[in-house]
Design a protein around this ligand. Structure first.
Ligand code: ADP
Ligand code: MG
Ligand code: ZN
Length: 485
């Protein structure tokens, strides 16, 4: 056995994402771009690859690709062309896939990820347009495979990173922010389970500090972001063992097996395809003029990576909180309006109320902040009332429910429901006295030094007032009576 060497390794990861664009029609023909329909019901001579047919580029697909390019801070190539990538497989009726080889629509971009509270730039190598293949259905009961050509010709954008990711978590974070970006653009439903977003992961290891790349393996067949992360974790460990045993990693494509939790070899470099790319003679090169690019730029909202960094910077809120807000641009907007309402509420407090109580109410109603009648004024009033002690935290959450449903003002709801916090000393002291009488055992424990038992007593007092007492005051009163504080 070879002696094992202990070397510190750094993982190097590059991701290739295939995104189905949600255009109405396919990329080179007029067939509807659909999912889950009767097999082979949405096909025509063009997408079936019959001889004598000619492809015509879908303008919308090109527009979407430009939007994606801009959102990923890419250079948009002024001249693009399409190429044939040749291989034979039953799901590819033409025997070649129309793709882009040396003049892709997008190049040299970047996406800022937020990993462990740290902003990090991941370079985008390229983004290109291509057509999807059909779908093979393996039917054991029939003892054969069937092919559905509905998917053939679905517009795809392939987005390739530089090998800039250095852990499975960073890969996960990249995918997350990329998906959000694409959702902001509304160019795809980004559903990995439906296959509208697919990700291949390339990974290698190198000695820490080294700048040369190690031999990589390419992982396929992951159908969730979580699976990408676990597959990478598995593969990183496997590379590590191989290298530590003084052996070499074999460059190959490996498939992830979700049930076994392992990767296994699909094909090695020797068997790798030689696609013999050549220019697609049936499509002329396209000039992407400034007008098209400007028009696409006009439609772009602020992108989530930019929004994230801005929220952290402008409102001094934690990375985690900003990360929740950007999941829903309308919610982030609502937060900003509340923070700007300038009522002296800390931004972080507003975040807490949004992430906790508000999101809970929204989820329960399956609604968005734009489809309920909650105003910035009302929401900030509510937070302020709880902050000032006029409402208990619990009553505050109740009030939120009512103001969401009725659209009434916070004051009106407090009056109507009798939810104002009880803060006057005499009333509270009376309640405290009663609780002390009724809980001799716990009182004894408190006196013997178990200060945490006060929490129980406070809880009892809150119950008596149906949550309307000011818990801080109640706690003080118990401490004064029992501990002479
Ligand atoms: P291939 O020709 O095998 O498709 P590419 O050079 O096109 O490889 O790169 C595909 C992806 O793999 C890119 O995201 C790239 O960043 C990444 N990649 C390339 N080399 C390595 C490596 N040695 N380790 C990790 N990732 C790599
Ligand atoms: Mg590749
Ligand atoms: Zn068609």
């Amino acid at each position: 056995m070879r002696p094992s060497i202990s070397i510190e390794f750094e993982p190097v990861i590059g991701l290739e994402v295939h995104l189905q664009l949600n255009t109405k029609t396919k990329i080179f023909c007029g067939c509807a771009n659909t999912f889950g329909r009767e097999p082979n019901s949405h096909t025509c001579p063009v997408c079936l690859g019959l001889p004598g047919t000619l492809p015509v580029l879908n303008k919308k697909a090109l527009e979407y690709a430009i939007k994606i390019a801009l959102a990923l801070h890419c250079e948009v190539n002024p001249l693009i062309k399409f190429d044939r990538k040749n291989y034979y497989y039953p799901d590819l009726p033409k025997g070649y896939q129309i793709s882009q080889y040396d003049l892709p629509i997008a190049q040299h971009g970047l996406l800022v990820i937020s990993s462990g509270g740290q902003a990090k730039k991941i370079r985008i190598r390229r983004g290109h347009l291509e057509e999807d293949a059909g779908k093979l259905i393996h039917d054991d009961s029939l003892g054969c495979s069937l092919v559905d050509y509905n998917r053939t010709g679905t517009p795809l954008m392939e987005i390739v990173t530089e090998p800039d990711l250095h852990s499975s978590q960073e890969a996960y974070d990249y995918l997350h922010i990329l998906k959000l970006t694409l959702q902001y653009l509304d160019v795809s439903d980004c559903d990995m389970e439906k296959g509208s977003l697919r990700c291949d992961a390339n990974v290698s290891l190198r000695e820490k500090g080294s700048t040369t790349l190690g031999t990589k393996t390419e992982l396929k067949n992951m159908n969730s972001f979580k699976a990408v992360k676990t597959a990478l974790d598995f593969e990183i460990r496997r590379h590590q063992e191989v290298l530590q045993n003084g052996e070499r990693v074999v460059q190959e494509t490996r498939l992830w097996n979700e049930t076994k939790g392992t990767t296994f070899s699909m094909r090695s470099k020797e068997e790798a395809h030689d696609y013999r790319y050549f220019p697609e003679p049936d499509l002329v090169p396209f000039v992407v003029d400034k007008k098209m690019i400007d028009a696409a730029r006009q439609t772009l909202p602020e992108m989530p990576d930019v929004k994230l960094q801005r929220l952290i910077r402008d409102y001094q809120i934690p990375d985690y909180d900003a990360g929740i807000l950007i999941q829903d641009p309308a919610l982030a907007d609502f937060f900003e309006q509340c923070a700007k309402a300038n009522k002296g509420i800390e931004s972080k407090k507003i975040c807490n109320w949004i992430q906790g109580a508000l999101l809970q109410e929204l989820n329960a109603r399956k609604k968005s902040v734009t489809t309920i009648s909650l105003t910035v004024q009302n929401f900030t009033d509510l937070i302020l009332k709880v902050e000032n002690g006029a409402l208990s935290n619990l009553a505050g959450k109740d009030v939120l429910k009512y103001i969401i449903d009725s659209g009434k003002s916070v004051d009106a709801v407090i009056q109507e429901k009798g939810l104002a916090q009880v803060s006057d000393d005499q009333t509270l002291d009376g309640i405290v006295e009663n609780v002390i009488k009724e809980n001799e055992k716990v009182v004894q424990q408190v006196k013997e030094g178990k200060a945490s038992a006060i929490g129980f007593l406070v809880g009892q007092a809150m119950k008596k007032t149906e949550g309307k007492a000011n818990p801080k005051k109640i706690g003080d009163l118990f401490r004064r009576r029992l501990l002479n504080e």
